[in-house]
Write a protein that binds this ligand. Structure first.
Ligand SMILES: Cc1ncc(C[n+]2csc(CCOP(=O)(O)OP(=O)(O)O)c2C)c(N)n1
Length: 368
């Protein structure tokens, strides 16, 4: 008896991550799975955006230390994954970010004050998801993978020309929600791209304690979808891989998992001390793979970047940082009644009672 063995979607990703531009700024000789390096004009735009988001991350981290924001999960070091993947989106596509992905929100065009509203304890996500085709950043790990998959399924059923992209971390890849999202997306061939930012740590849990698998991209084969392992610090590779995956999705060919190998340069948030669980040699090692430095080196060799352009971009980054400071120096005007405004369409008795308590307290404080 012979068994008919289906072979589609079962190929494993190559071990060597896809990379166009090496840490030395030169072209690599790594196989690129048929992907093409983006044009110099596209790469210059990606360089500019990475410089802006790095300055943004640094400024926000400083403001956290000054108490202007409650907490901040920085994606410093992960600019190539954040910017490369988000830039590949078409305006009609939808982004499903996590708490770590403010750089992606900035790239998507969300104003700084609206990105940071949630981190200073203001209400809701701070921006209008419909305006930016971007969902609120998820804090419960991996829930956004389900949202991205469900949304993509709805788009497919409605015949819309939209794909979804969601970011998840190496830690989130161990959550049950991720399994459900991968499985559903592959069975129903939803136009979803899962960008797994493997930044080596889930707070203090290193990758070796997170998984015993050789690589996270391997998991795609178990769900029958293509998986790619990409040098997540090479923005050219991230942009090319995500663009191709989004095109696959829009063509009706289903989801893709892209593992971006990268490194979280800062602490998880300002509430943990990374020196307790990783050594400075490791951090220094990863500095060699800096996504901005390597692209700058490359673009200087092609002639696309010169001192004047680099200086102009640095100045734009300072202007952005000043706008972040200005926005966070404005006191947020919070109305505590809004806590109750968007919970249920039909108010429940218990909540109505709590609302009444608040009204009484406000009146007693002379704030009615
Ligand atoms: C369902 C759930 N469990 C636990 C947490 C607490 N938590 C917040 S961040 C984090 C680690 C996440 O690591 P990873 O997915 O690798 O993302 P990273 O922060 O490194 O980008 C944990 C366990 C949470 N937010 N949600």
């Amino acid at each position: 008896m012979t068994i008919d063995v289906p072979t589609t979607g079962r190929s494993l990703p190559q071990l060597q991550p896809i990379s166009f531009i090496g840490a030395d700024g030169r072209l690599t000789d790594t196989p690129t799975e048929g992907l093409r390096i983006p044009s110099d004009a596209t790469l210059t735009g990606l360089y500019r955006q990475m410089v802006l988001v790095r300055r943004f991350e640094a400024q926000v981290t400083h403001l956290t230390r000054q108490g202007r924001l409650a907490t901040y999960p920085s994606a410093a070091g992960q600019e190539a994954a954040e910017v490369g993947a988000t830039t590949a989106l078409a305006p009609n596509d939808w982004l499903f970010p996590t708490y770590r992905d403010s750089a992606a929100l900035l790239t998507r065009g969300v104003p700084v004050a609206e990105i940071l509203a949630a981190f200073r304890g203001d209400w809701h996500c701070g921006f209008d998801p419909h305006e930016y085709h971007t969902s609120p950043a998820a804090t419960p790990l991996a829930t956004q993978t389900l949202h991205a998959t469900g949304f993509a399924m709805a788009a497919k059923l409605k015949g819309e020309d939209a794909a979804t992209l969601t970011f998840l971390g190496d830690g989130a890849s161990s959550e049950g929600d991720t399994h459900e999202a991968f499985n559903f997306a592959s069975v129903w061939q939803t136009p979803t791209v899962f960008v797994l930012q493997n930044n080596q740590y889930a707070i203090s849990t290193p990758l070796r304690e997170q998984t015993n698998a050789t690589m996270l991209a391997d998991r795609a084969a178990g769900y029958g979808m293509p998986g790619l392992r990409v040098d997540g610090n090479d923005v050219a590779a991230v942009f090319a891989a995500v663009s191709a995956a989004l095109a696959r999705g829009r063509n009706g060919d289903g989801p893709t998992l892209i593992e971006c190998l990268t490194y979280r340069m800062e602490s998880h948030t300002n509430s943990d001390d990374p020196t307790k669980y990783r050594d400075t040699e490791e951090v220094e090692h990863w500095k060699q793979f800096d996504p901005i430095d390597r692209l700058e080196k490359y673009l200087r060799t092609t002639g696309a970047l010169d001192d004047a352009t680099v200086a102009e971009i640095a100045e734009a980054a300072e202007t952005l940082a000043a706008s972040v400071r200005d926005a966070m120096n404005q006191e947020a005007e919070v109305d505590p009644r809004e806590l109750f405004a968007h919970v249920y369409s039909t108010p429940r008795t218990a909540l109505a009672e709590q609302q009444q308590v608040l009204e009484t307290e406000l009146a007693a404080a002379g704030c009615a």
